[in-house]
Design a protein around this ligand. Structure first.
Ligand code: GLY
Length: 606
């Protein structure tokens, strides 16, 4: 990659970027060009700009409001994209100081714990895919585990009904993995001392930063989750949410970060921070002990490697379902020619592939340290051929013949990093729900996760939402709960790095990541349009095809209904939008960082 000196370019999206797209989606959808889909464009190149304009002319439904304009940043050498512009800048600061993509990713991870308290975290867990420029790749599982005192029926009341204790309060937390994961990644593949990559996070916690509209909205919108616990004093001072423009300092978190920077993960898992977490657990009737914390260890794996139309995907193996489900979906779709973007046929095939992948996900997947997971079968081309042959191109099938469902929290965060050597890191991390369980360890300045809700609280029977999850994902001490997180790296047919991608959104992570990849590979869209394109979601059960408000034309909805789909506008939070994707993609002379226009954040590069 050319080593040209340029200023750091940053785009901040404080909220949704909305603008009207006048074109209606019609039968005039531009046929897909035969060339490779990576979109050559830079801010500087007129030729690239005109190519970009050309690609963005794929028509959209008349009332679709999302625009890709303004949401992308292009730079020649390196790129970081996340749900926080400040965290992305922290990554760039470390890259500019000579760090590699792993150094920068660890810097972003710690910075997100400061600037994105709803989902960035020290008290949660996550997954990381690393691909080095020499072609080696690694998967790091730092998912939380159930405490040793956890038991299969711990969230059932005396009548056998599922309670809300897996979502709110002290019992909801798994043993956090983030600090162990980030420090393990740095130790193995980073180049800088921990204190150096943590410096931006410590500075942000110590000196503070200005509350923007996204953070103010987030705190106000989640006041009921925060207010019963100790975080209320900091986030709801005087009973009122922090407002835009306030200077937000987190001194306890700064002390925690300094102590991790000085002595590593030990500070968190057996030092004063462990004491504070265990004391908070005792106070609130939780079950995480110092023994649980001392035992926690992240797990290294080989990434799942699959192909789609000649492109290679490096994806997350279990305990996340993300990699298997994305690969199974794409393997099934490989048996059909790409239908025009936005056509009823494209959504029909997508929904049928998702249905099959989610049935497998919900019945066959769990923590491989505890249950047998048929990874090779589910990701094989032969299995996909069988699955594809069960799809009727004219009729929707029914999940009734299958079973199971999923109810993960939806409030994760993803970040992507590429450095100037072409090393790449895709990381997704979460507290599960926004602000996790709500429990805040005041002495350590951290929120704790409610990841126990990702287990099947009552295997084989409906939970409080009428959802049914599998025996494979039942609660057991020390077990990792199944996740949908899907950090993914895509290589082009020559084997060169193309996309570093992931999303927030619980089960919608899987469907969103798959759709953006399809938009790039099958529909040859610019990255901006691939991200702003309307999405659907199908997770097998409930047997409903959800679409974003105004995302499908009336004619497309009618056609899908006529095929037998139960089709409804998505009922999801934040206006029915599906997923919140972050990507970094290769362009003609550099890297493009794109934050989903459905969310806030920022990309930064140089
Ligand atoms: N907590 C959301 C997920 O792991 O998929």
């Amino acid at each position: 990659m050319a080593q040209r000196a340029r200023g750091v370019m940053i785009v901040t999206l404080a909220g949704l970027l909305l603008s009207c797209q006048p074109a209606g989606r019609t039968a005039t959808t531009k046929p897909a060009p035969a060339t490779l889909p990576n979109t050559p464009m830079t801010m500087e190149s007129a030729k690239a700009a005109s190519e970009r304009a050309e690609r963005e002319r794929v028509p959209l439904p008349a009332a679709w409001k999302l625009s890709s304009e303004g949401s992308t940043v292009v730079a020649p050498d390196a790129m970081v994209a996340s749900n926080s512009a400040l965290a992305s800048q922290a990554g760039v600061e470390v890259l500019r100081a000579g760090g590699n993509a792993v150094d920068a990713a660890v810097a972003v991870g710690f910075a997100l714990a400061v600037t994105l308290p709803e989902a960035g975290n020290l008290g949660g867990g996550g997954y990381m895919i690393i691909r080095l420029s020499d072609g080696r790749s690694f998967a790091l599982d730092y998912r939380e585990v159930a405490p040793l005192a956890a038991s299969r029926d711990m969230f059932l009341d005396s009548q056998g009904n599922v309670t809300d204790k897996s979502q709110v309060g002290h019992l909801a937390s798994g043993v956090p993995g983030s600090v162990a994961g980030l420090t393990a990644a740095l130790a193995r593949y980073g180049t800088m001392p921990l204190a150096k990559v943590m410096a931006p996070a410590i500075r942000l916690a110590d000196s503070g930063f200005t509350v923007d509209s996204a953070l103010a909205r987030s705190i106000a919108g989640n006041a009921s989750r925060i207010s019963p616990f100790a975080g209320a004093a900091l986030f709801l001072p005087g009973g009122h949410p922090l407002t835009v423009g306030a200077m937000f300092r987190q001194p306890a978190l700064a002390t925690t970060l300094r102590s991790i920077a000085a002595t590593g993960a030990t500070a968190f898992y057996s030092g004063a921070i462990a004491d504070a977490i265990a004391a908070e657990m005792e106070r609130g009737g939780g079950i995480i002990t110092k023994t649980d914390l001392a035992r926690y260890a992240p797990a290294w794996h080989a990434p799942l490697a699959g192909t789609f139309r000649g492109y290679t995907l490096l994806a997350m193996p279990p305990s996340s379902s993300g990699g298997i489900s994305v690969l199974e979906t794409l393997n099934i779709l490989e048996h059909f020619p790409a239908s025009p973007a936005g056509s009823a046929m494209s959504y029909h095939l997508l929904a049928e592939a998702f249905r099959r992948a989610f049935v497998d996900r919900n019945t066959k997947l769990g923590d491989p340290a505890f249950v047998q997971v048929p990874v090779s079968q589910l990701t094989s081309k032969e299995y996909a051929r069988q699955q594809a042959s069960s799809i009727d191109v004219n009729r929707a099938s029914s999940t009734g013949a299958f079973r199971q469902a999923t109810g993960e929290g939806v409030n994760t965060t993803h970040y992507s990093v590429v450095d100037d050597h072409g090393n790449a890191v895709a990381t997704t991390t979460t507290l599960n729900d926004l602000y996790g369980s709500g429990v805040y360890v005041a002495d350590a300045g951290i929120f704790l996760n409610d990841e126990m809700d990702d287990f099947a609280a009552r295997p084989g029977q409906p939970n409080m939402y009428g959802l049914v999850q599998g025996e494979q994902n039942a609660i057991a001490p020390g077990k990792r709960m199944l996740s949908a997180m899907s950090p993914t790296i895509v290589l082009d047919p020559k084997g060169d790095l193309l996309l570093v991608i992931g999303s927030r959104g619980g089960p919608r992570i899987i469907t969103s990541v798959a759709q953006v990849i399809l938009n790039v590979i099958d529909h040859h869209m610019s990255y901006g349009q691939a991200m702003s394109e309307p999405r659907i979601h199908h997770q097998a059960w409930p047997d409903v095809l959800h679409y974003e408000p105004n995302g499908l034309s009336a004619a497309t909805v009618d056609s899908l209904r006529a095929m037998g789909h139960r089709i409804e506008v998505a009922p999801y939070e934040s206006g029915g939008f599906i997923g919140r994707v972050i990507l970094v993609g290769r362009v003609a002379d550099g890297w493009e960082g794109v934050v989903d226009p459905r969310t806030s954040g920022g990309a930064a590069g140089y």
